[in-house]
Design a protein around this ligand. Structure first.
Ligand code: PXP
Length: 255
């Protein structure tokens, strides 16, 4: 039987385009409904401190409207904790956040922020959210995430994807080894393993082939590609590439 590989579609950048003009179009909630219809297993939205894309109203409407699980990405701040506890999304991914960054540029340093982050994990898991820590592919960060009681981690695969897209095969291969090792190590600890950041049609296959990974969260590329072929087609193609890569890897493993 095929092992599970879920697809979370991040709708932040639908809101980015809307916010470029103000007003309500395009609506990330409409995109979320379309994503669900195209086969997304969950919707992902990052409410940033500066509200540069998703707004508080978007989050409220996503919670009210969509009938697949919502993952809220948030920084570990008191403001975001209060919002997450109030809305009670299915899952919460704790991410590092710096105002000046263009996107989430690296993983969370759970190993150093242990005491601060445990409080967030306790409160959110107490509220029935599946909490993941967004971390680099690193055993130390896996150990730290496990030790503070996080049930899940999301591996930041941006360095691998960037290296592959830039044609730096040696760097990509080295990054992939780190991801494979970290995923196996984390799964042995009992962590649910997710992956995300920078995934495209050209980079998804090797990540989807890693058997311990059960969820991919993908945003920017899917939304960007939707400009050319529509959101439905962009999501269906990603889903099909993921599923084929996973099936091929399973076939090789059982041969
Ligand atoms: N997962 C996490 C935790 C993220 O912060 C992001 C970016 O918002 C993504 C996945 C999606 O990354 P991308 O937009 O590059 O697909």
């Amino acid at each position: 039987m095929a092992s599970e590989l879920r697809l979370g579609v991040n709708v932040d950048h639908v809101a980015t385009i809307r916010n470029a003009r103000g007003g309500g179009h395009p609506d990330p909630v409409r995109a979320a409904r379309a994503a669900a219809a195209a086969g997304a297993d969950s919707i992902v939205a990052h409410l940033r401190e500066d509200r540069r894309h998703i707004s508080d109203d978007d989050l409220a409407r996503l919670m009210d409207t969509i009938d697949i699980p919502l993952t809220l990405e948030m920084a570990a701040t008191d403001e975001m904790l209060e919002i997450a506890l109030r809305h009670a999304p299915h899952a919460v991914c704790i991410v590092p956040e710096r105002r000046e960054e263009r996107t989430t540029e690296g993983g969370l340093d759970v190993a150093s922020g242990h005491n601060h982050l445990k409080h967030f994990v306790d409160r959110l898991t107490g509220n029935k959210a599946i909490v993941s820590m967004f971390i680099e592919p690193d055993r130390r960060q896996m150990d730290a995430s496990h030790s503070i009681g996080a049930p899940a981690v999301e591996i930041h695969v941006g360095a691998y994807c960037d290296a592959l897209i830039e044609g730096d095969e040696a760097a990509a291969a080295a990054q992939l080894v780190r991801i494979i090792d970290a995923a196996a190590y984390g799964a042995q600890l009992g962590l649910q393993i997710h992956a995300g950041h920078g995934i495209t049609f050209d980079t998804v296959a090797s990540i989807a082939a890693i058997p311990e990974i059960v969820e991919l969260n993908i945003g920017h590329f899917i939304i960007g590609e939707a400009i050319f072929g529509g959101l439905d087609s962009s999501i269906r193609r990603m889903r099909s590439l993921m599923d084929s890569a996973r099936a091929a890897a399973q076939g090789e493993a059982s041969a």
